[in-house]
Structure formats: C-alpha cells, structure tokens
Design a protein around this ligand. Structure first.
Ligand SMILES: Nc1ncnc2c1ncn2[C@@H]1O[C@H](COP(=O)(O)OP(=O)(O)O)[C@@H](O)[C@H]1O
Ligand SMILES: [Mg+2]
Length: 340
C-alpha cells in the first residue's frame, strides 16, 4: 500500500532488560540494537527507507535533532511512555498505541476490561507506604494474619504493576500465605519503584495472541509450555520455553481465545499491533493477564547473539508471513491514521 515512507527506527539501549537488572541487581546482555536492526531490515524489505535512531535518555533533545535531521515521516518503534509522550508533544507520527493507553498500568487496564465484559482475574494493588494512589493498599497493611478480600483467595500471583518481559517474576510469585505475599510485594516496591499487582493464581494453558493491522487481525494463538518453571519467568522467555503454534486447543477454543484477544485489544483502544497474554482454563475459557503495547516483533535470522525469538514473530512464521509482511502491515495501519 502507498508509497515509500522515511521511517526512523527508534531504539533504546537496555530497554528489554532494565527492570530485571534492577530487580536482580545483576547484569544481563542488551539486545536492543539487534532488535532494531532487524526492524530496519524488515522495513527496507517492505519498500521503505529506514534508519536507526538511538534514544538518548540523558538528553531527549538529541533524539529530536536526529529525527528532524533525517526528516522522519514516521517513527517505528516506541518502547516506553517517554518516547510516546515526546513524539506526541512534537507531533511526529509513530506506530503503536497512544499515550492514553501506554500511560495506564496493568491494574487500570484490568478495570477497563471488567467494564467491557472481558474476562480477567480479580485483583488488588499494593503500593509503597505513604505513596499509594486510588485503588492501591499500603504495603504495611499486609501483616501475618491478613486474608485477601473475597473473591480473592490464596494461592495468589504477585507481579509488578508496570512490568514487562517477566521482570520480577519467578516461581516465588505464586504465594500461598500473607507472609510470602508481603515478601514478594516488598521486593517489587523497594527494587522496582512501582506497585505490586496481586491477582488470583490461574492454572491452565498459557496462550498469547498477537493482533496486528487496521482493521485489527488476530494471529494464530501460541501456547507457552513451561519447561523448567511453574510460570513464564525472565530466564524462561530467553528461548527456554516450549512454544506450540497453534496452541493445543480445539478449533472452537482457538477462535474463542482470538475473540477474547480482539475484544481486549479494542476495549483499551490499542492501535497497530499488540499482544494479549491469557491463561485458558480447563473449561476452555480465557482469562486476560495483560496486553503488551510494545510486544516483540522480531523474526530471527539465526545470526543473532543475544536476541531471542518473539512470540509474534513465531506466530507470523506459522502463518507464512514474512518480517516485511508483519512490519509493513503495522506501518500501513499507522499511516492510515495519520493520512501519510
Ligand atoms: N494471575 C496469574 N496466574 C498465573 N500465572 C500468571 C498470572 N499472572 C502472570 N502469570 C505468569 O507470569 C508471566 C508474566 O506475567 P505478565 O502479566 O504477562 O507480565 P509481563 O509483562 O512481565 O509479561 C505470565 O506469562 C505468566 O506465566
Ligand atoms: Mg506477559
């Protein structure tokens, strides 16, 4: 569709590992430039002009100068609220969801789904003492005799309210008593500078669904089988999980989880691409865990040093889509919005 666009591939060093580095205090390899390079190559293959632009955390104006210098017509790909906010302020078109969605934490997104009849587990949020807002309860209120407010009940799952890439998640995230809940929440609040989301621990098949394009299209659902863990942890996501695409579900269940993903995508106003993580229970019903507005899109070539396979890339391969097809569709969706 359409003619060639000049696209800036914006990347932010450390973006995929920064939270886990903070949580564990240990170093881990950064794959951001490898990921951005694959995006650039895919956009070139889709017939666009594309150049890498590095996000300068210390001085966003340098990023602005680079974008202006190359006269970027579109930015691909934002990876955090800061980039989205800057591009909105500058009026530079970009691919992906807008400030209104990107700014919302997982707890607020779950409230929106509840309003729209999208199935998601009940939850509470826990914040730092003296700094809780809205729905969050202070950490100090979780004492030894604490019991969860119904319908919540142990076992519970505890995770960062603004997490990504399974940062801060391990098998210890599944808690069966108030003492371990407090310990997990405290680690998140003190090391990750954000609140903890506490929800029912869901058992079933973990199934994730990519959604791309305009009108949005659900890709083939992918199942993540846990290999050496009880949840999909950070290490596990580094190509240690077993992926099944399509997920091992009946044809009706596959369609139902795609429908849930599409409704979750639309209910929060997601744009261009996203990935909805779910757990499908024994009854075949999917519960939405989260939506990833900055989902990984890479399809590996085999020459990568640190980069691991992305779930959307794996779905695309199973559907016979090339990297140029995937990124091209995302760009087409964005350019329609901006009439480029
Ligand atoms: N309520 C839950 N019950 C069971 N497992 C969960 C629950 N919430 C998260 N998980 C596990 O933790 C992983 C990461 O949680 P998720 O909400 O997807 O955050 P992230 O943004 O880090 O991917 C999931 O892929 C899943 O394995
Ligand atoms: Mg996830």
């Amino acid at each position: 569709m359409g003619n060639k666009l000049r696209i800036a591939v914006l990347f932010r060093p450390g973006r995929n590992v920064e939270w886990q580095r903070r949580y564990t205090g240990s170093e881990m390899p950064d794959d951001a430039i490898e990921e951005a390079s694959l995006h650039r190559d895919a956009l070139l293959e889709a017939g666009h002009e594309a150049e890498l632009v590095q996000w300068q955390a210390g001085d966003p104006l340098e990023t602005v100068a680079a974008l202006r210098g190359m006269r970027a017509q579109l930015v691909f790909n934002t990876s955090s609220l800061a980039e989205v906010a800057l591009l909105e302020a500058l009026g530079i078109p970009y691919c992906g969801s807008g400030l209104d969605l990107v700014a919302l934490d997982k707890a607020v997104r779950k409230k929106l789904w509840s309003c729209h009849g999208v199935n998601t587990a009940p939850f509470i949020a826990i914040g730092k003492d003296g700094a809780t807002t809205g729905h969050a309860v202070p950490l100090s209120s979780i004492g030894p005799g604490w019991t969860p407010p119904p319908p919540l009940a142990f076992p519970l799952f505890v995770k960062p309210v603004r997490g990504r890439g399974s940062a801060g998640i391990s098998d210890d995230s599944i808690v069966t008593d108030a003492v371990s809940l407090r310990r997990q929440a405290e680690a998140i609040v003190s090391r990750m500078d954000q609140g903890a989301l506490v929800e029912s621990y869901l058992q079933g098949r973990e199934v994730t669904v990519g959604v791309i394009g305009d009108p949005p299209q659900a890709l083939i659902p992918l199942e993540i089988e846990y290999n050496n863990a009880r949840t999909n942890t950070f290490e596990h996501k580094m190509d240690n999980e077993i992926m099944h695409c399509p997920a091992r579900l009946s044809a009706e269940q596959l369609e139902a989880v795609q429908d849930t993903a599409m409704r979750a995508f639309s209910a929060v106003g997601a744009r261009d691409y996203g990935r909805v993580d779910t757990i499908v229970g024994e009854d075949g019903r999917a519960a939405v865990l989260e939506i990833n507005t900055f989902a990984g899109l890479q399809i590996l070539t085999g020459n990568e040093r640190h980069l691991h396979a992305s779930y959307i890339g794996t779905m695309a391969r199973a559907m016979g889509l090339s990297r140029a097809d995937v990124l091209g569709r995302i760009v087409d969706s964005a350019r329609r919005r901006y009439a480029l």
